[in-house]
Write a protein that binds this ligand. Structure first.
Ligand code: FAD
Ligand code: COA
Length: 405
């Protein structure tokens, strides 16, 4: 533990641990094998008050911090990474963007859904705009008293189970002039034109669907537009600022999976005997376990630091972009290595689907990809430490070089 936690936080952590090590762990293998969304776990999280914790009390939440959410995510992800991700998305990302930037009506609508267990979907990525998210082409055209959305999003977590959707789109005025990127709130099964077009068969994290979503002449009132603080012109930057919370959440899931794998390996190394003695008497494995513990401690320190990096006096600030990126790059890569080492310590048993290591190895692999790849986040880190814009397009780079000359 890298940080002295308050009594309240330790109580929260203990509550989450009890749930995670009980019914959540018991369901994890089945959630993976059946590839079905764990609605029963959602009900447990709702009952335990672990969804919508970060929502201000005024809207029915507990006004908890991102660090509180991280502590719960870590616990859940040790047992079931899918449930850990549900805690991320019911406390960070889209819901936090709405709570920070939304109108009164948007906040009430979103809080009501999330507190009942809806995991909002955040729709940024498109088939032709993954890392280059700002190249998105989904558009919202103002027509009279409506916005009409057309476009396609891909790899949307929760597509088909989530009701609330926060959709990033280019906004155009009546005359067809682009105003910037905004976020629109739409509700599946209530907003005609929101079409779940298909599920992506994934390597891991199989209990949450990843879907392609199409917007076909989807009409929304202007009240559905989440206008970021600096207006649409800086809409993308402000929405991404809110998204930093989800990056920290993703890092916390990877951390939790790695912690879970490490604990299993530690225990197995004591009980498994070869050459007449526990396998942890071999120095090769002792050093592996030592390295795993060092990486875990470093990752946890980065995640906790990032989670608290935006703490303003009122605790409403989003994590810092640099710290969120540093935490996610390091933790996602360390976690893949830790889980892989844990699987190795189990020998053939680690490769069996009877044990959780192979599932954890599939689940953890995602975290250097989703939510900004490790490469792109290294660009973010480089840009921040060099204090230079680092445009990735050829034109952008040439233009900037010309300006500097
Ligand atoms: P690409 O952008 O095509 O990248 C391909 C490769 O090129 C990568 O290795 C990448 O790092 C590298 N690369 C690209 N540009 C650069 C560069 N400038 N410098 C160096 N290397 C570069 N999106 C959502 O909007 N909502 C979600 O809920 C969501 N959930 C997801 C869940 C899962 C399980 C996964 C796997 C993805 C999810 N995503 C979601 C999408 C995710 O954010 C994108 O996959 C990610 O941003 C990368 O985009 P891409 O897959 O198109 O890869
Ligand atoms: N936090 C705060 N601000 C951010 C940000 C973040 N995470 N990412 C970008 N911004 C701001 C930039 O500071 C910049 O602000 P400015 O206009 O005031 O200078 C603006 O947004 C545009 O960013 P820039 O880096 O110039 O954008 P780009 O057009 O080169 O696109 C990104 C690069 C942002 C798309 C890329 O770095 C990225 O994050 N890709 C991954 C997308 C992702 O995480 N998808 C997850 C979907 S779930």
């Amino acid at each position: 533990m890298v940080m002295q936690l308050s009594i309240d936080r330790r109580a929260l952590q203990a509550r989450a641990r009890e749930l995670a090590q009980g019914p959540i762990r018991a369901r994890a293998a089945e959630v993976d094998a059946s590839e079905t969304y764990p609605w029963d776990n959602v009900a447990r999280l709702v009952e335990a008050g672990l969804v919508g914790m970060t929502i201000p009390t005024r809207y029915g939440g507990q006004g908890r911090s991102f660090l509180d959410a991280v502590l719960v995510i870590e616990e859940m992800s040790q047992a079931c990474s899918v449930t850990g991700r549900i805690v991320v998305e019911t406390n960070m990302g889209a819901i936090s963007a709405v709570m920070a930037y939304g109108s009164e009506e948007q906040k009430r609508l979103s809080a009501d859904l999330v507190l009942k267990g809806d995991k909002p979907a955040i729709c940024i990525t498109e088939p032709e705009a993954g890392s280059s998210a700002s190249d998105m082409t989904t558009r919202a055209d103002k027509r009279g008293n409506r916005y009409v959305l057309n476009g396609k999003k891909h790899w949307i977590t929760g597509g088909g189970v989530s009701r609330l959707h926060l959709i990033f789109a280019r906004v155009y005025d009546e005359a067809g002039n682009e105003e910037g990127i905004g976020g629109f709130l739409a509700i599946r099964d209530e907003t005609p034109g929101l079409v779940i077009a298909g599920r992506e068969p994934t390597m891991g994290l199989r209990g949450i669907p990843e879907a392609e979503i199409r917007f076909e002449e989807m009409e929304l009132p202007p009240a559905a537009l989440l206008v970021p603080p600096r207006g649409l012109a800086k809409g993308f930057a402000d929405l991404m600022n809110a998204y930093n919370s989800q990056r920290v959440g993703a890092a916390a899931v990877a951390l939790g999976i790695a912690q879970g794998a490490y604990e299993l390996a530690l225990a197995y190394s004591e009980t498994r005997r070869q050459f007449g003695r526990p396998i942890n008497e071999f120095q090769g494995l002792q050093w592996k376990l030592a390295d795993m513990s060092i990486r875990l401690a470093a990752a946890q320190a980065l995640v906790y630091k990032a989670a608290t990096s935006g703490d303003a006096a009122d605790g409403s600030g989003f994590p810092d972009m640099l710290q969120a990126a540093q935490a996610k790059v390091f933790t996602s890569e360390a976690a893949i290595q830790i889980v892989n080492d844990a699987l190795q310590i189990f020998g053939a048993a680690g490769y069996s689907r009877r044990n959780p290591l192979e599932r954890m190895a599939r689940d953890v692999r995602m975290f250097t990809i989703g939510g900004g790849t490790a490469e792109v986040l290294r660009n973010v880190v480089a840009s921040a430490i060099l204090k230079k814009k680092l445009p990735q397009t050829r034109d952008g780079w040439l233009e900037q070089t010309k300006r500097r000359e």
